[in-house]
Design a protein around this ligand. Structure first.
Ligand code: SAM
Length: 268
């Protein structure tokens, strides 16, 4: 990089820059961007993934919070007609402002770990715009996203993300691929919003509430954790054994509980 554009990684922005060309190539091959794609990169940093994404010929918007990276990104990519830079916080970004067709946005990001969960929820609120998402996340978070019922990884994050998306844990990446190296292992995950929800709830906010309540005390039985929302009889009427613990229930069972709650007047 040009001397004038030296940048020191900032911890508060979760900056761990990818420098391993093999890993960068593997990520780009998993995404397989095509010229007609509408790409959105969150946190381009110094452009490790950005260059390859732009080379596909696709239109690419990037959102970067760190003002000091703006000249570095503009110096490298500002002259490219398919590149647009938005300086700001991706958590507050209005994805509708991109004017992308429904189901077209392909979102990519080596995400800062401190914002990964709220950012995924912010993106899921705009799932109708999105074609797919490829993220580098903490490996432990990817394991929770991809988990199935019955184990300790299955929880609020797995259920709410799998409600909206198919999840694929693609591959793991060790700390040495980054500069500076993070303290934890990372992994690449692909999230693909369902064209039709496999288990639609009457109201997804009610589903969120039931799941949050159930996992607040994951060692207790559903009869216990949900008692302020549903009686033992109502849980049984939803086709669920109230003696089970929340981690033993699949998504469909949580949706049945949520729909049972949706039938009732909202508790105070
Ligand atoms: N994509 C680059 C790479 O792979 O080398 C950088 C990855 S680094 C882990 C995360 C990037 O996200 C940093 O450039 C950081 O400044 C940026 N960032 C942090 N918080 C952000 C936010 N709320 N919105 C947008 N970008 C953010």
């Amino acid at each position: 990089m040009n001397e004038q554009y030296q940048h020191k990684a900032r911890k508060r922005f979760g900056q761990n820059f990818l420098h391993d060309a093999g890993v960068i190539d593997k990520i780009l091959r998993s995404i397989r961007a095509k010229p007609d794609d509408r790409l959105l990169e969150i946190g381009p940093g110094q452009g490790a993934l950005t260059a390859g994404l732009l080379n596909s010929g696709a239109r690419l918007d990037v959102i970067e919070l760190d003002k000091d990276l703006v000249p570095i990104l503009n110096h490298q990519f500002g002259g490219k007609p398919n590149f647009s830079l938005h300086q700001g916080d991706a958590l507050k970004f209005d994805f509708n402002s991109l004017d992308a067709a429904p189901g077209s946005l392909r979102v990519v990001g080596n995400l800062p770990y401190n914002i990964s969960t709220p950012l995924i929820f912010h993106l899921l609120a705009n799932a109708a715009l999105i074609h797919d998402m490829h993220f580098m996340l903490q490996k432990e978070v990817v394991e929770r996203l991809a988990a199935g019922p019955g184990g300790g990884d299955w929880g609020r994050l797995s259920i709410m993300v799998q409600y909206h998306c198919r999840v694929e844990h693609l591959f793991n990446v060790g700390p040495g691929a980054f500069n500076p190296p993070p303290k934890v292992d990372s992994a690449i995950v692909r999230l693909v919003p369902h064209a039709t929800l496999p288990h639609p709830a009457k109201d997804h906010r009610v589903l969120e509430r039931v799941v949050r309540e159930a996992f607040n005390q994951r060692r207790k039985t559903l009869r216990n954790t949900l008692k302020l929302l549903l009686s033992a009889d109502e849980i049984t009427a939803a086709g669920v054994d109230g003696g089970l613990r929340p981690e033993q229930l699949d998504l469909a069972a949580f949706v049945r509980l949520a729909d049972k709650l949706s039938e009732k007047p909202i508790p105070a």
